[in-house]
Design a protein around this ligand. Structure first.
Ligand SMILES: [Zn+2]
Length: 251
């Protein structure tokens, strides 16, 4: 099984980029011209990605809201739960369809996240020939606990995949989506408002961990050269301080 996804550069060069070019019309605001819709729920739309740059994959996008400059960290609770439930539902359906070796659910926000559009969205990508779980390790989710309540563990990684800080929310049973979503939102809000004044980007990455579901919330900066060149992850020596700060602000 290949370890590389093939990126189609021709399709990639046609993609609009509202982060680099602020004048570009936002395609996700132009709702009347969206095509290949899969499902809608209120202002949330799931559709096929118009620029499927990855070979041997099924690429889809969830447009989270009709407000271009809104952000997951600012949603009211009702909308937050709706977006996370909608994303998990369709991700799980693709997993259970057995059409893919594995299925990714992730979100990019901000210029360092790898995303190209400002409008809040997530992506669900079915991988036909690759199982991402093979590069995962349980220790990536072990951490210093912020809270463990109602079957939801919330921590900061002691042994991150990449570093320096990785927030984890782990749902032990699948019926407590509200607490799961609350902790995702707290992490995103903390990263964008209280973490590091230069941090304007983060990713969410969702994982199947046996019977559990986990999400990593990763603040993004330019990537460490030690990781790029040598795959050496780093961990901050200030994790405990951040755990204390989050408890003080949000709990
Ligand atoms: Zn927009």
């Amino acid at each position: 099984m290949s370890k590389h996804l093939v990126f189609n550069s021709k399709i990639g060069s046609q993609k609009p980029n509202s982060l680099l070019n602020s004048d570009a019309d936002c395609p996700f605001c132009d709702r009347d011209n969206l095509t290949d819709l899969l499902e809608t729920e209120g202002s949330i739309i799931w559709l096929k990605n118009k620029y499927p740059t990855l070979e041997d994959t099924y690429q889809t996008v969830i447009i989270e809201t009709d407000e271009c400059h809104s952000e997951l960290s600012e949603y009211n609770k009702d909308h937050l739960y709706r977006v996370i439930s909608f994303g998990l539902k369709h991700w799980k359906n693709l997993i259970h369809s057995k059409r893919y070796e594995s299925v990714l659910l992730f979100k990019n926000h901000g210029p360092y996240s790898g995303g190209s559009l400002r409008h809040p969205h997530m992506q669900i990508v079915g991988l036909e020939k690759m199982n991402y779980l093979k590069s995962m390790s349980d220790e990536h989710f072990n951490g210093i606990q912020i809270e463990h309540k109602n079957g939801i563990e919330y921590n900061i990684s002691k042994y991150p995949r990449m570093g320096f800080f990785e927030f984890n929310v782990i749902m032990e049973n699948h019926d407590n989506i509200e607490s799961f979503a609350d902790n995702i939102q707290i992490s995103a809000h903390y990263i964008l408002n209280h973490f590091n004044k230069n941090c304007n980007s983060y990713n969410l990455f969702f994982y199947e961990l046996g019977e559990k579901i986990a999400v990593k919330i990763m603040p993004r900066f330019s990537t460490s050269p030690l990781f790029v060149g040598y795959s050496i992850p780093q961990v901050s020596n200030r994790i405990e301080d951040v755990v204390k700060k989050i408890k003080t602000i949000y709990f």
